[in-house]
Every structure is written in structure tokens, then in C-alpha cells.
Design a protein around this ligand. Structure first.
Ligand code: C2E
Ligand code: CA
Ligand code: CA
Ligand code: CA
Length: 277
């Protein structure tokens, strides 16, 4: 029994070593990824439910890791956050999105409104306002075309500081939305005090909105609350006719999801805007 225990222990440490080596490998590869230009932004259209027209896009990061194909952000954003690399990558994302807004404007397909995801770490490390201002000025874009998506949980940790940063960001002319709404613990009282523009209903509620009465009730409550607070509301993860019909019937403003389009590389998004798809 003693030997078996020792063997199990040896096996366990070998496993651990393999795991931490793989992790270290991934970290190092991520450190090089920015300098080597391996990140790319995809753009998923947002659609105005009333008119059916494209109202903008959400920028979603992808990593073209050499020898590994396209890596999903779900796999590397957590590592970027743990290592603090998210700050540098987040700045790249903001800059790249502003550059794309500028290029679409000059190409005559704009103005395109683009939202970018911002990690709570980026938000609280300080200097986000300066980074955003620099990117807007460098690419000479209208600040109204840029939106930041922040999650509930990243906003709730320090309300006073959050309000101050949000006010500074809003003063630049950009807009703010709360991402994954309904999944964190939102204090509705703070929601009223935060200078935000939009709530994004999380995919988890949209998925079964037509089959699960609880989800239907939650989606309805979010839409009504948003409108009462003079906020716009968008639903993510819309895949089916019936979901769209429910959202339209209850006055949701915008939607996003595979029903309309997957996230597209910039040039394909532009082609779609030109009506070539
Ligand atoms: P998110 O912000 O909630 O983004 C929505 C995710 O749902 C995206 O996954 C999108 O591709 C996917 N999606 C869109 N429509 C549908 C649909 O109809 N059905 C389903 N099942 N999924 C749909 P993606 O691109 O893999 O991104 C995953 C998460 O990674 C994002 O979730 C966001 O939290 C994070 N992320 C992506 N890009 C960035 C970034 O530039 N910075 C930061 N900090 N986080 C990012
Ligand atoms: Ca998002
Ligand atoms: Ca989400
Ligand atoms: Ca998210």
C-alpha cells in the first residue's frame, strides 16, 4: 500500500510538471504574440431589431498561434489576466479597433460603431482613459463610434472608483455597456448611479428564452428595467427565429448572434457592409 501511494505521488508530480511546463510554454508564446503580430480582431455584426440593419460590430480577439491555428479567447484571456499581460493586449485591442473604425470611414463603408471588450484588470490598473483618448486621436475617429463592454463583476468591486473612471470615459464621448448582464451580482442601486448607455443580456438567458419560462421572465425584466432607466438593451447569442421574435415582441433594441452572422475578419465584415455577401 505504501508503494502504491508513492507511485501515485510520483505520477501526480510528473503530471503536474507536464501541466506547468505546458502552461509556461503558453505564457511565453503569449508574451511573444504581441510583438509578432499574432493577434487579430474579428467583428461580429450587431443588428437593429426594428430595421434589420447592421448597427455596428463587436470586436473579438483571436490568436493565430503558429502551428496551432486559431486559438479561442476563452483559452488565453484568463492567462493574460493572471499574468497582467491583458493590459498590453487590451491597449492593442483598443488601438486596433480604432484603426479599423478609421479605415472603414475612409473606405466609405462607415461610420461603423465598434465595441471592444475590456477586462476588469485593464479598468482598475489605471490609465484606461488616456489609452482610449490616444487611440481616438491617433486614428482621428469620432469618439461616438467607440464603445467599451465591461462586465458587471468588474464594475462592482469598487463603486466610487468605478463611477469616477466611467465619468472620465464618458467625457471623451465614447459609450459604455455592461456585458454578460444578469450573470454577476449586480446591485440595481448602483446601476442607476453608473453613467452607462447599454445592457447586454447574456447568452445564457437568450439560449432558452423560448423554452424556459424563468429565462423568458428574466429577459423581459432586463429589457423593461433597461428602458425604465433610459438604457438601450442588446441580446447576445441569438441563433433562432423564435428567439428573435421574442426579443422583437418585447422591444429589445439590438441583437447579435449566429442567426445573423458569426464574427468575421475585418475584410469580410466590410464586404458584408457593401452588400457583397
Ligand atoms: P463575450 O464578450 O460574451 O462575447 C460573446 C461570445 O459569444 C464570443 O465568443 C462570440 O463569438 C460568441 N457568440 C456570438 N454569437 C453567438 C451565438 O449565436 N451562439 C454562441 N454559442 N456563441 C456566440 P468568443 O469570440 O470566443 O469570445 C469569448 C469571450 O472572450 C468573450 O465573451 C469575451 O469575454 C472574451 N474576449 C473576446 N475578445 C476579447 C478582447 O478583445 N478583450 C477581452 N478582455 N476579452 C475578450
Ligand atoms: Ca462582449
Ligand atoms: Ca457573454
Ligand atoms: Ca464576457
Amino acid at each position: 500500500a505504501k508503494d502504491a501511494g508513492r507511485d501515485a505521488f510520483r505520477f501526480f508530480t510528473t503530471e503536474m510538471n507536464a501541466q506547468s511546463l505546458a502552461r509556461l510554454d503558453l505564457e511565453n508564446a503569449l508574451r511573444r504574440a504581441i510583438d509578432n503580430d499574432e493577434f487579430v480582431l474579428y467583428y461580429q455584426p450587431k443588428v437593429h431589431i426594428g430595421s434589420g440593419r447592421v448597427s455596428g460590430a463587436e470586436a473579438l480577439i483571436r490568436w493565430q498561434r503558429p502551428g496551432h491555428g486559431m486559438v479561442s479567447p476563452a483559452l488565453f484571456i484568463p492567462i493574460l489576466e493572471e499574468t497582467g499581460l491583458i493590459v498590453k493586449v487590451g491597449t492593442w485591442v483598443i488601438n486596433e479597433a480604432c484603426g479599423q473604425i478609421g479605415r472603414w470611414g475612409r473606405a466609405g463603408v462607415g461610420p461603423v460603431h465598434v465595441s471592444v471588450n475590456v477586462s476588469g484588470i485593464q479598468f482598475f490598473v489605471g490609465g484606461l482613459e488616456e489609452e482610449v483618448l490616444k487611440a481616438i486621436e491617433l486614428h482621428a475617429i469620432a469618439p461616438e463610434l467607440l464603445e467599451l463592454e465591461l462586465t458587471e463583476s468588474s464594475l462592482m468591486s469598487n463603486a466610487e472608483e468605478t463611477i469616477a473612471v466611467l465619468r472620465n470615459l464618458k467625457a471623451l464621448g465614447i459609450s459604455i455597456s455592461i456585458d454578460d448582464f444578469g450573470t454577476g451580482y449586480s446591485s440595481l442601486a448602483y446601476l442607476k448611479r453608473f453613467p452607462i448607455d447599454k445592457l447586454k443580456i447574456d447568452i445564457a438567458f437568450v439560449r432558452e428564452v423560448t423554452s424556459n419560462p424563468d429565462d423568458a421572465a428574466i429577459v423581459l425584466a432586463i429589457i423593461n428595467m433597461a428602458h425604465s432607466l433610459k438604457l438601450r438593451v442588446i441580446a447576445e447569442g441569438v441563433e433562432k427565429d423564435a428567439q428573435l421574435a421574442y426579443l422583437r415582441r418585447h422591444g429589445c433594441d439590438e441583437m447579435q448572434g449566429y442567426y445573423f452572422s458569426r464574427p468575421l475578419p475585418g475584410p469580410e465584415f466590410e464586404q458584408m457592409l457593401r452588400g457583397g455577401k
